[in-house]
Design a protein around this ligand. Structure first.
Ligand code: MD3
Ligand code: FE
Length: 199
């Protein structure tokens, strides 16, 4: 039974520890096939979050711009989205449509993500589903305009968050994490998965 916050649905502690550990094991396979990258924005600023992806398309940023691509920069197609992650998508969204992308964000010590909108997908009528693993993170969400007031929420390991409807184009970001607050990942850090229909 989720809680509503700024048009998002939040399931605190949806995944128990064994389920979280199983997802981490699945993600080790994904990262072995598609290594984490340190993205650089089109403006030339390195992002502190490291990223990779699974699925038909992955999100890329470089000097050329932001876009979805069918291959990792290595030239290999992205690995498949692990079935346990797809099952959570279908269960929480109620959709039959398979997501095109599972974006994997890794937050090491000091990593954050500035306030932004997710606008690179072709159809905003589909929701975005986020799953958090590892360290706690201070998530901030506002409205469709950058100047709209924002609300903050600590996301914890095992939480799910679904952004649909009005919330789909809300500005959002991660202000900071509490590095070392979780023992899920032996070296510390946070993983956020976002499942998206791209078009
Ligand atoms: C609200 N990731 O990958 S997840 C992203 O924790 C991103 O790594 C953050 O923002 C993270 O683009 C936040 C929660 C989230 C994801 C997508 C959204 C919130 C959203 C899309 C629209 C509105
Ligand atoms: Fe985002």
């Amino acid at each position: 039974t989720p809680q509503e916050i700024r048009g998002c649905l939040h399931w605190p502690g949806l995944l128990d520890l064994p389920a979280q550990q199983a997802l981490v094991a699945d993600l080790r396979t994904v990262v072995a096939a598609a290594p984490l990258m340190s993205p650089v924005t089109p403006g030339g600023r390195p992002m502190s979050v490291r990223m990779t992806a699974a699925g038909r398309l992955g999100w890329i940023t470089d000097a050329t711009g932001y876009r979805y691509e069918p291959r990792h920069p290595s030239g290999k197609p992205w690995p498949p989205i692990p079935p346990a992650i797809l099952a959570l998508w279908h269960r929480l969204t109620g959709l039959d449509r398979v997501p095109d992308c599972c974006l994997v964000n890794f937050y090491g010590e000091g990593a954050k993500m500035g306030l932004h909108q997710d606008r690179d997908e072709g159809d905003f009528s589909f929701p975005v589903l986020s799953l958090s693993l590892g360290d706690e993170a201070l998530f901030r969400i506002g409205g469709p305009n950058r100047r709209d007031p924002t609300t903050s929420l600590w996301l914890k390991s095992g939480d799910a968050l679904l952004m649909g409807g009005e919330a789909r184009l809300a500005f959002h970001g991660i202000d900071r994490t509490r590095f070392g607050s979780s023992r899920l990942l032996p070296q510390g850090g946070r993983i956020n998965l976002t499942l998206r229909v791209v078009a």
